[in-house]
Design a protein around this ligand. Structure first.
Ligand SMILES: [Cu+2]
Length: 288
């Protein structure tokens, strides 16, 4: 490869990294150099795990690389000094194989147990039920009305005119209200999500909630729940490349005090049909 082409490739790579990092930084509120603020009740456990792994791999990395550099310098080529043969050390081999095995086992067992508590434990009975269905390129959101019950969702009924797969005759769904790209959750109140997709694979991703869940068409996921510990404004970003308009598929997500949530919900008119709120004018049909 000529010097010209090599410089070209390096420049292109640099540009991709620079452009990519800018886009990534923009979805953050602040602190782009470290983990985003944690808001969910289980987030500190995930962060703890990240720090444990970071320390373990960091210390191991420093030990391995400093040893390597030491040996590179110590056994460098010198005129008149011959090479020596080393057979290795069986005790050392056993020790540095056994220790990582136990560390990996411990991480796997702890991680599995944590995952079980996050996704397999039933949410509290008073959890707010919220349905979120992704589509190219936006979020259909459905909240229960005054009865506190969300109309039953059926993934087989999800379609163009029925993004939530709701049975129009289900009495629980009659007073539900819907929003588009707008989510409001009360602080300190458990929220159970019912996630679905209308067309392709999307992903519900809120870094501050330490929450990520793929939404595959044909399924409704009802095992994701969380409790926000503090208020704030966040972005619900789709984290699966779902088409040309993927980059603009984001919802405004607010965590507010309970009274503020109640006032917001009170002002919403029930969905007259089982469909979503009217699509905003800026959602271009040409991108579908
Ligand atoms: Cu998407």
């Amino acid at each position: 490869m000529s010097r010209f082409w090599r410089a070209g490739w390096v420049g292109l790579l640099g540009w991709i990294v620079a452009a990519g990092s800018t886009g990534w930084a923009e979805i953050r509120e602040a602190g782009v150099w470290w983990l985003p603020r944690n808001v969910s009740h289980f987030g500190h456990e995930i962060d703890f795990m990240i720090y444990v792994i970071l320390w373990l791999t960091g210390i191991t990395g420093i030990l391995v690389f400093s040893t390597m550099i030491y040996f590179i310098v110590k056994y460098r080529h010198r005129a008149g000094v011959g090479a020596i043969h080393s057979h290795g050390n069986n005790t050392l081999e056993v020790v540095w194989t056994t220790i990582p095995v136990f560390i990996f086992l411990a991480l796997a067992i702890y991680g599995n147990e944590m995952w079980g508590r996050m996704r397999m434990q039933k949410p509290p009975a008073d959890a707010l039920q919220v349905a979120v269905v992704g589509e190219q390129f936006g979020w259909n959101v459905r909240y229960p009305g005054p009865d506190g019950k969300l109309g039953k969702m059926d993934s087989h009924k999800i379609g163009k005119d029925n993004p939530f797969g709701i049975d129009p005759n289900d009495p629980d769904g009659k007073d539900d209200f819907t929003t588009y790209n707008e989510l409001v959750f009360p602080v300190g109140h458990p929220v159970q999500l019912h996630l679905g997709s209308k067309d392709v694979i999307h992903a519900f991703y809120v870094p501050e909630f330490r929450l990520y869940q793929d939404m595959v068409p044909g399924r409704v996921y009802d095992f994701v729940w969380f409790k926000a510990d503090s208020t704030g404004h966040f972005q619900l970003a789709c984290n699966q490349l779902c088409g040309q308009g993927h980059y603009k598929m984001f919802g405004k997500l607010s965590v507010v005090p309970e009274e503020e949530y109640q006032a917001w919900a009170k002002g919403k008119a029930p969905a007259t049909i089982a469909s979503s709120a009217p699509m905003p004018a800026n959602t271009s049909v040409a991108n579908r």
